[in-house]
Ligand binder design. Sequence first.
Ligand SMILES: Nc1ncnc2c1ncn2[C@@H]1O[C@H](COP(=O)(O)OP(=O)(O)OP(=O)(O)O)[C@@H](O)[C@H]1O
Ligand SMILES: [Mg+2]
Length: 323
Amino acid sequence: MIHFDQVSKTFAASQRPAVDRITLHVKQGNICVFVGPSGCGKTTILRMINRLVTPDGGTITIDGRSIMQMDPPALRRTIGYVIQQVGLLPHRTIAQNIALVPELLKWPRDKTEKRVLELIEMMGLDPSEVGHKYPHQLSGGQAQRVGVARALAADPPIMLMDEPFAAVDPIVRLRLQDEFLRLQQTVQKTICFVTHDINEAIKLGDYLVVLKEGRLVQTGTPIEILTQPEDDFVLSLLGDDRGVKILDLTRAETLMEPFENRLGPIKSNGHRVQSIDPVKIALEMMMQKNTDEILVCKGTRPVGILRWPAIKTHVNRISGGTV
Ligand SMILES: Nc1ncnc2c1ncn2[C@@H]1O[C@H](COP(=O)(O)OP(=O)(O)OP(=O)(O)O)[C@@H](O)[C@H]1O
Ligand SMILES: [Mg+2]
């Protein structure tokens, strides 16, 4: 859907490119997460997609059409943008903030009002409580939700989200991430999401793009990047708990010994997980219950047994014995 081909940008008065020959593809309906340290070019990449920054090399196409052939205001109407510092207009109420793009598009007033109500509710907020408030009267988490609602207002197929959850405390952030994933199941947007938090990237991304100093270091699904990090930079970005992160993305059924066609009774210590549960959950259960095996079930039907040595062997194999 969105394609970058050798895209570069060097800002005036700058020695090195902010973005250096990036080639990548963002699939329709996917969450593509750009992750990397401060200054690696994440915001610049997003702002090139909606033409707030003009690349000085390469091409960006959306559905096969170069964005340089599109009228910038028309292009921006098809792209929702949640900026790094929320950016709600202080003198407009929450409802008026969300109505911004529908108003620009000259939607009839009742259509806009209906959409605003729908979005406030979609964000888990109460329209009668927050609709008439001003941005400074909201909590950080509420303001972030309103920022997302505003970007979704005109139902654009593409969303650009620049560290949308960075300004809130860790607990609210986890909740916003869960809400965001649930929301995406319904809205199915093509999303370019920027973060410098690797945990957030792994949790939210269908596809990750790891950047360093404007260059693309590695792309792939979270499990591909976790299990096959390209170099020491990616390895250090993934952190010391890489093994635990892998077990969080590995289903119990992939490491269990299956009970194929087994007819007799199954001995069990009563501890069980579901086959699609992360191995990490089984591991936590093993530690809590002081046992080294857990029954794996599909619903109520036992389908296999997960043993500690299988987990250990798996982690050692993918991490080269370092975890
Ligand atoms: N308008 C600008 N003029 C000049 N240089 C800029 C401009 N915008 C960004 N830069 C430079 O380009 C590089 C990339 O900046 P960018 O904002 O894309 O980084 P980032 O990855 O989003 O960082 P952060 O995580 O801190 O938001 C930086 O070195 C920055 O100083
Ligand atoms: Mg940035």
